[in-house]
Write a protein that binds this ligand. Structure first.
Ligand code: UT7
Length: 333
């Protein structure tokens, strides 16, 4: 039988500081009512000074390992848009801090689709026999790249981390990752971007512009493209899995905006109450979003063993993707 990656553990964490919509409205021209109705977000978590993406990734990784009942893996893959440094990658430091010195570890940069890209890297390593177990983490401190004056992004994004442990198993086992489909379109790079900090700026011959250090998003274009790409990739992955739309028990979509998640469910023909949502509590946490929702869903019983789960995401790049898996009997660590 084919070797498959099986989800064996899940864990997540958010930083302690909560920023409510009301708190944002004290400093920006926005309101609790606008944010709730246009995005579904009531609050988000934000790191305190000194707390990094690596710190959140370590905590989520440790929790996922505990959930899987193990202390070791053969590979660590970290999806993030907000690494601790431009160089080196954050994953080796996270692996070492978790006690996994010597284990291969690398970062994946696919913005809000990052977790699905990292999941595919981990699942492929297992399927190919390069690893028997993989820790896949999505972690972000998005608050560190937001323009303090930009209400359209400040209202949406938050910090957090989530992780899963994959182990080698069989495709018909509960927890088996069934299919993953990914895509990208670099022609849309300007829709979601941080212009500064990279080789483009350094070789331009111009002094860095302070505003280029911040994250920018063309919200409206992203909204419509996200719905289209998430719907298309979901249909593609369902067909490859051999599942009908009616077979989907739960959708765990990137928590970009509750209206996006509902629009994708509507276009697919899946009842919206099958969507696992936690955006009201955590906001849009980019690469951390799907594993944070998986951990929340497992904790409060919205994900139960045997559920046929569809994951889907869209993010900067542009990047997008979808995956199918059956939910295993796991308790978040
Ligand atoms: O995670 C990666 C992928 N990201 C996403 O998928 C995000 C996709 N985009 C969205 O979720 C939505 O486009 C937003 C939430 C970003 C914006 O919602 P929208 O319904 O598309 O609003 P809009 O951009 O069309 O803006 C409508 C109005 C504008 O004012 P004017 O020009 O009509 O006067 C905005 O300036 O709403 C204004 N606006 C706000 N008003 C109050 C934008 N942000 C805010 C805000 N508070 N926080």
């Amino acid at each position: 039988m084919t070797r498959a990656a099986v989800l064996a553990g899940v864990g997540a964490t958010v930083p302690p500081r909560v920023v409510t919509n009301a708190e944002l409205a004290q400093r920006l021209d926005t309101s609790d009512e606008w944010i709730r109705t246009r995005t579904g977000i009531a609050q988000r978590y934000v790191v305190d000074p000194g707390m990094t993406t690596g710190d959140l990734a370590v905590e989520a990784g440790q929790r996922a390992l505990k959930s899987a009942g193990t202390t070791t893996v053969d590979l660590v893959v970290l999806a993030t848009t907000t690494p601790d440094r431009l160089c080196p990658a954050t994953a080796p430091s996270v692996a070492t801090r978790i006690g996994l010195v010597g284990v291969p570890a690398f970062d994946v940069a696919a913005v809000c689709s990052g977790f699905l890209y990292a999941l595919q890297a981990g699942a492929a390593a297992i399927a190919a026999g390069h690893a028997d177990s993989v820790l896949v983490i999505g972690a972000e401190t998005f608050s560190t790249i937001l323009d303090p004056e930009d209400r359209s992004t400040r209202a949406i994004f938050g910090d957090g981390a989530g992780a899963v442990v994959l182990r080698a198993g069989q495709p018909d086992e509960p927890g088996a990752v069934r299919q993953i489909r990914l895509g990208s379109d670099g022609g849309m790079a300007d829709l979601i971007t941080v212009r500064g900090g990279g080789s483009e700026e350094r070789t331009s011959g111009r002094p860095p512009r302070p505003e280029d250090a911040y994250f920018r998003m063309e919200g409206k274009s992203v909204f419509f493209t996200a719905v289209r790409r998430m719907t298309e990739s979901s249909l593609e992955v369902l067909a490859r899995t051999g599942w009908q739309v009616a077979d989907v028990d739960r959708i765990v979509a990137h928590q970009a905006n509750v209206r996006i998640v509902h629009a994708v469910a509507d276009q697919l023909g899946v009842p919206t109450d099958r969507a696992v949502l936690n955006i009201d509590r955590v906001g849009n946490t980019s690469a951390a979003s799907i594993p944070l929702a998986l951990a929340d869903g497992a904790l409060d019983g919205r994900l139960t063993p045997g559920d046929r789960v569809l994951l889907t995401a869209f993010g900067g790049g542009a990047t997008w993707g979808a995956a199918t898996l059956t939910w295993p009997a796991v308790t978040p660590g």
